[in-house]
Design a protein around this ligand. Structure first.
Ligand code: ZN
Length: 305
């Protein structure tokens, strides 16, 4: 039986929040089967749990924010969600002493490192995948995204930025995660933005934690970060990283293909909600042996302890 996963032991990390720029402490804790991903605001008395759910996502202008039924919110969840998707972790408690997760370096890589140092543990309960059985599509202006049946997990992603730096990099790729590693190919891609937007936001008390420490900053003609890009196609890969995280807020790994044109957090979430509401387009499946499982994740036994 392919089993659900959690982490072996708790791990703690501190960083700054993107929105307020304050120090945030985050503790990742193991959780039993069928818990899912639960964010816990320990800055509140009593603390408040915010389970990751497709229909609790809001405010997608700067990042992905989710809320519980009492209206308690947690922001900037998408890069951790992407790391959890990449490692196939089903159950975890994410404690934070703020209303946002630490932004870290703007990629999923520090979360991958943290999860791998906690160690991955299997739980004796079958892992449930969402298998796409019929194509579902959402559109918004000229943007669109589809989930199609596919025996594996593949992403066919296109961005179309009319900016001299981004348009010189690859804007379309197909990544099949049977032959490509999420950790190597995707997880290190940082978020990006324009310096003039960042300056404008700072002047309006927004994105106070945003800097070249946690984003690739662009002006009209070039990348401003002295270290340059981590991948030649880092912009495209970050959009893929975001989409993988956004789709994982449904709590299950998807067996299928994402085909997307210029999508972002809002449309990714619309796709996930459309999918979950259209039950004729998918089914839950579980697998008996690794050989029949169409998705490969990092082996839990590769973890460092
Ligand atoms: Zn992002």
């Amino acid at each position: 039986m392919i089993k659900q996963r959690t982490i072996k032991q708790s791990v703690k990390e501190t960083g700054i929040g993107l929105h307020k720029g304050d120090k945030v402490t985050m503790t990742l804790r193991p959780a039993p089967a069928n818990t899912g991903i639960v964010f816990r605001r320990v800055d509140l008395e009593p603390y408040a749990d915010i389970p990751a759910r497709a229909d609790s996502v809001g405010d997608t202008m700067l990042c992905t924010c989710i809320s519980n039924s009492d209206g308690v919110t947690i922001s900037t969840v998408e890069h951790l969600a992407s790391a959890l998707a990449g490692l196939g972790i089903d159950n975890i408690i994410v404690e934070v002493d703020s209303d946002e997760l630490p932004i870290m370096d703007g990629s999923a890589s520090p979360f991958i490192f943290l999860l791998q140092s906690a160690g991955i543990e299997e739980i004796n309960t079958a892992k449930q995948f969402i298998k796409i059985t019929k194509t579902i599509r959402v559109e918004e202006d000229d943007k669109w995204a589809e989930l199609r049946p596919y025996d594996g997990f593949r992403v066919d992603f296109r961005i179309d930025f009319d900016h001299p730096v981004i348009s010189e990099t690859r804007q379309h790729m197909v990544l099949d995660f049977d032959s490509s590693s999420y950790v190597d190919e995707v997880s290190r891609a940082r978020t990006f933005g324009f310096m003039k937007d960042l300056e404008y936001m700072h002047s309006h008390n927004l994105a106070l934690g945003g800097s070249m420490e946690n984003a690739v900053a662009l002006d009209e003609y070039r990348v401003l970060n002295p270290e340059g890009l981590r991948y030649s196609d880092e912009f495209l890969k970050h959009k893929i990283l975001d989409a993988i995280g956004d789709l994982y807020l449904g709590g299950h790994s998807i067996v299928g293909e994402l085909v997307a044109y210029k999508t972002g957090h809002g449309l990714n979430n619309k796709l996930l909600n459309a999918l979950l509401q259209n039950k004729e387009c998918w089914e839950f499946v579980s697998y008996e042996t690794p050989e029949e499982m169409p998705i490969r994740f990092a082996s839990p036994f590769l973890a460092t302890n």
